[in-house]
Every structure is written in structure tokens, then in C-alpha cells.
Design a protein around this ligand. Structure first.
Ligand SMILES: Cc1cc2nc3c(=O)[nH]c(=O)nc-3n(C[C@H](O)[C@H](O)[C@H](O)COP(=O)(O)OP(=O)(O)OC[C@H]3O[C@@H](n4cnc5c(N)ncnc54)[C@H](O)[C@@H]3O)c2cc1C
Length: 501
């Protein structure tokens, strides 16, 4: 008699053969899609612009800010014209290959890994920038960075709201909202947006503004990556603060002061001047060889007023402090002992980002969070370069704009609490997720919000639609999505549904 195990092994073998067969069939069908795509591209786009993984430039040309949940590509087109973008979209659609059109590649949502073996449409050529100082406008290509906008405006005595790191896309940042240090004076970056030239998913190009395609313009302001690709956009600009100088104050405090530090910060937040922004980190300091609180305050106004506004941080008795006047053009690389400078912009690291929007700062919650953070870096020293970053940005300019002006849903948040994990070993992903969720739970419980509210461009990607886009905005956004992108071609980054609820 045959042993009982034999028939089981036989069926198991058949199952394995079937799954190997299915995988082979899938691989061959996906290869045939790529062949169709390449054929289409080669007929319409210069060969030198079409790059495959065999090309030595492929990795460098597609490297992203984080390797976590990064999309994977079989083909990369370095577009050289708007027609190249349109052709790439058409070829990808006809070949049934997913695609991602990219700016400076600093988006980090884990939703991006929905693009696998896809096509990257690199739009780096959209880097043109022009300023009209008389009309107070700046027009920027879809791939221009915050840093390039600052470089163009500072020499002519103008400014605009930007994000806190120079390497991030101006459009990539604006389309979710765009939070930054000048929000007390000028609102979100999107609040300065006047119009966009948008390539729709069907590759027609339209202009959208408050007076033309106003509904689309509304959706662009908070969910803009869902409706096509912005080729260029025009923003309002402003006369810069006196002499373009900002007072920059950097501090290091011992972590033992976390409770009293947050009591002080919470008190100040209740009457935060519109010129004052404060970023506070828990981080490991290599020089001091301990976890500390690093604080950075920037005052966009006269030095004497700035010194008075940051005095409360001197009263907290810092270990180290440094106060200087910094021209706007150097600000982002200088603040916080350089913590938003070139090092944070570097691509190719493994970074896991999470965020919680808050309406209040609860000192107990931050004390607990700092304990969890220290536990993580002690047990897992490979996570030592991580930090918790509380961005307390002034809201006067943000709340001055009525909520129904744009899709952005979270105008009343006073701060964004960013959990920023940096490490190299992918095997730590699960551990890091666990710590992130623990800290997020602690902060959200005392955030003073109805549940978790997250700014889309900072979100991790595991949140619900309501937590990202806000329940009150989703009905209108879903109708727009159905009208403009019913097939979900622009679904890789925080896809909207086509019906809600
Ligand atoms: C180091 C760092 C600092 C940051 N600081 C800030 C900050 O201070 N304030 C803030 O608000 N955000 C900030 N962010 C978040 C940032 O706004 C988002 O990560 C944003 O998505 C990055 O845009 P990108 O164009 O650089 O990235 P990409 O990865 O190129 O693009 C991200 C997504 O946006 C889409 N997209 C980009 N450009 C366009 C366009 N022209 N038209 C249509 N869709 C487009 C892409 O298709 C993709 O889906 C920061 C991010 C990083 C990594």
C-alpha cells in the first residue's frame, strides 16, 4: 500500500505546477505589455529619451527620496516636451501599463508601490521659471522645486509661501496644500495659486483657475495629483519681509525637559504671532551622545520683534542656543543647526514617514511619545537617525481663506506631528511600523481633532480616505474624479474614489 502522504504530495505538486504555470503566464503577459509599450514609445519619442533597466542611467534617473514602498519601473521616459508626456500617457494606457509622472521624486506615500513594472514619465525638463514683479506673479514649470522659486524671488525682493525643504517640488507640494513657515502671512502654498495649465488624463490641455474650469481648480487645491499633470502654474508673489531677513533661533534642550518644554510651547501656541514658526524635534544628538529636544524658531519680521517672540525659549534654559539674522535665500539650509538642509534632501535612503494633524499640544502625550522614541533607538540603534518633528506653523493666513475655497480640508490644524524614521535594513520595516503606530495612537488621542486628520502630502498612506481628504470634501472630489479620470490613470498617489459615499 502506498503511504498516505503520496496522494497529498501528488496534489500539492499539481498545485505548485499550476502556480508556477500561472506565474510564468503572468510574467509573459506583463512582458508582452512592456513590449507593446516600448514599440509605441519608440515610434513616437526619441530613442535617447527611452531608458530601460539595462541602461546604466536607469537607477540614477529614477531614484526616489525613499526606497520604502517605492514604485518599480520597466521603462523610464525622460520627457523632453509636453508631447512626450502626452505620448507616454497614451502608450501606457494603450498597453495597459501603469505609469507615474514624476517631479523631483520626493513623494513618499506607500500608495506609490501600486505602480509595479510600470512606466516612469520623468518631467525634469519642466524646470522653467519666470517672474513678473509688476504683476506680482511667478510662473513655474511642473518640476520646479521650492528652492528654485526662492532663488528666483529673493534677488528681486519678493517672496511666496514655500515648504521647509528646498528640494521638494513646488507643484508636488502645492497640490496637496503646501505647508510652510510663511503660512501666517500668506496662507498655504496653494492659497497663492492663481492658475494651472493641466494635462488631463486624456492628454488634452486645459487652464484652470477661479474663473475657468473652477471646479477642477477647486479639486487641484488639495488633491491635485488625481486629475492629470500640471505642466505649469502661476502663483501670486509678495514683497519680501524687510531686507529679506528672518530671525533664526536654534536651541538644544535636555530630553528631561520635555514636559515643561511642551507646557511652554502649548501656552505660546495659543497666541502664536503670524510671523513665528517653530519646529521641535526629538532626535539623537551625536555630539552630546544623547536624545535631546532640538527646537528652531524663525521670525519673518523685524529682529527686535523676533527676539521678543522667541524669548520664551531662552527662558526654558537651553543647553545650547544660537540666534542669527538669515537672508531668506539661505534660510532653509540654515535653520535648526541645518536640519532641513542638504542631508534631509538626499535621495535613496530608507525612510518611513507618518503624520498626525493636531489642534492642541498635550505635554503628557509628548512626554510619552519621547519615551517610546527613546525605547526604539535604544533597542534598535539602526534607527538612531530617526526623529519626531512637531511643525507648529502659524495659521492666520490659512484660516483667513474660507474652507470652501479649495479641497484642502484641514485649515484649522495648528501643527503637523511628523514621525520620521530613517534606517537601512528593510527587515526593520515591521518594527518601525509598530513604533509609529504606538506614537501615532498616543498623539491622536489628545490632538483635539475628531479622529485622525492628516495632511495628504505628509501622510503615510495607510490612512482612510476620510482621514486624508475629510468626509466633508469627498463627495465633491469623487464627482470630479469620475468626470476627469474615470479609469483611474492618475491613481498611484492617494487615489480618490469615483463615488462617495
Ligand atoms: C524632505 C521633505 C520635506 C518636505 N517638506 C514639506 C513641506 O515643508 N511642506 C509641504 O507641504 N510638504 C513637504 N513635503 C511633502 C511633499 O510636499 C510631498 O512629498 C510631495 O508629494 C513631493 O512632491 P515632489 O514633486 O517632490 O515628488 P514626486 O514624487 O515627484 O511627486 C509626488 C506625487 O505628486 C505628483 N506630482 C508631482 N508634480 C506634479 C505636477 N506638476 N502635476 C501633477 N502631479 C504632480 C506625482 O505624480 C506624484 O504622484 C516634504 C517632503 C520631503 C521628502
Amino acid at each position: 500500500m502506498l503511504p498516505l502522504i503520496a496522494p497529498i504530495s501528488f496534489f500539492a505538486l499539481i498545485a505548485v505546477c499550476r502556480s508556477v504555470g500561472a506565474a510564468a503566464a503572468q510574467a509573459s503577459s506583463s512582458q508582452s505589455k512592456i513590449d507593446t509599450l516600448l514599440d509605441c514609445l519608440h515610434r513616437n519619442i526619441p530613442t535617447s529619451s527611452i531608458i530601460t533597466p539595462a541602461n546604466t542611467n536607469f537607477v540614477n534617473d529614477s531614484i526616489r527620496w525613499t526606497t520604502l514602498a517605492a514604485p518599480s519601473y520597466s521603462v523610464l521616459v525622460n520627457a523632453g516636451s509636453e508631447e512626450d508626456i502626452a505620448t507616454s500617457i497614451q502608450c501606457a494606457t494603450q498597453s495597459n501599463v501603469t505609469f507615474l509622472a514624476t517631479g523631483p521624486r520626493h513623494g513618499y506615500s506607500i500608495t506609490l508601490d501600486s505602480v509595479q513594472n510600470g512606466l516612469e514619465i520623468n518631467t525634469a525638463f519642466l524646470d522653467h521659471l519666470s517672474v513678473d514683479p509688476d504683476a506680482n506673479t511667478l510662473t513655474a514649470g511642473g518640476s520646479v522645486t521650492f528652492g528654485q522659486a526662492i532663488d528666483a524671488l529673493y534677488p528681486i525682493g519678493k517672496e511666496m509661501p514655500t515648504g521647509s525643504c528646498s528640494c521638494v517640488g513646488l507643484l508636488g507640494g502645492s497640490l496637496g496644500g503646501g505647508v510652510g513657515r510663511l503660512s501666517g502671512l500668506h496662507g498655504l502654498v496653494l492659497d497663492s495659486l492663481i492658475s494651472v495649465r493641466l494635462m488631463l488624463p486624456n492628454t488634452t490641455i486645459i487652464t484652470a483657475s477661479k474663473t475657468e474650469n473652477a471646479d477642477i481648480f477647486w479639486g487641484i487645491g488639495g488633491a491635485g495629483f488625481n486629475f492629470g499633470y500640471v505642466l505649469n502654474a502661476t502663483y501670486r508673489i509678495y514683497d519680501q519681509v524687510p531686507n529679506g531677513l528672518h530671525l533664526n533661533a536654534d536651541f538644544k534642550f535636555p530630553i528631561s525637559q520635555v514636559q515643561s518644554y511642551y507646557e511652554r510651547l502649548d501656552k505660546m501656541a495659543k497666541s502664536q504671532p503670524k510671523e513665528l514658526s517653530i519646529l521641535t524635534l526629538f532626535n539623537y544628538d551625536a555630539d552630546l551622545n544623547e536624545t535631546i529636544i532640538t527646537a528652531n524658531a524663525v521670525y519673518a519680521g523685524p529682529e527686535a520683534d523676533g527676539r521678543a517672540a522667541v524669548q520664551f525659549l531662552f527662558d526654558q534654559n537651553p543647553l545650547i542656543s544660537n540666534i542669527t539674522s538669515v537672508p531668506w535665500i539661505n534660510l532653509l539650509d540654515t535653520v535648526g543647526f541645518g536640519f532641513t538642509g542638504p542631508a534631509i534632501c538626499k535621495r535613496g535612503n530608507r525612510r518611513s514617514q507618518w503624520v498626525i494633524g493636531v489642534n492642541r499640544l498635550d505635554p503628557d502625550a509628548y512626554t510619552t511619545a519621547s519615551g517610546i522614541f527613546q525605547d526604539m533607538i535604544t533597542r534598535y540603534p539602526a534607527t538612531l537617525d530617526s526623529s519626531i518633528d512637531v511643525q507648529l506653523l502659524p495659521t492666520q493666513g490659512i484660516i483667513a481663506v474660507p474652507d470652501n475655497e479649495a479641497a484642502y480640508p484641514w485649515r484649522s490644524l495648528i501643527a503637523h506631528v511628523l514621525l520620521e524614521f530613517k534606517y537601512t535594513d528593510a527587515q526593520l520595516d515591521g518594527i518601525v511600523d509598530g513604533y509609529a503606530r504606538r506614537i501615532r495612537d498616543v498623539i491622536v488621542r489628545t490632538a483635539g481633532t475628531a479622529g485622525l486628520n492628516v495632511y495628504v502630502s505628509y501622510s503615510h498612506g495607510d490612512e482612510t480616505l476620510e482621514e486624508i481628504y475629510g468626509k466633508q470634501k469627498l463627495g465633491r472630489l469623487a464627482k470630479l474624479k469620475k468626470m476627469i479620470d474615470p479609469e483611474g490613470l492618475f491613481d498611484a498617489y492617494h487615489a480618490l474614489p469615483t463615488a462617495y459615499p
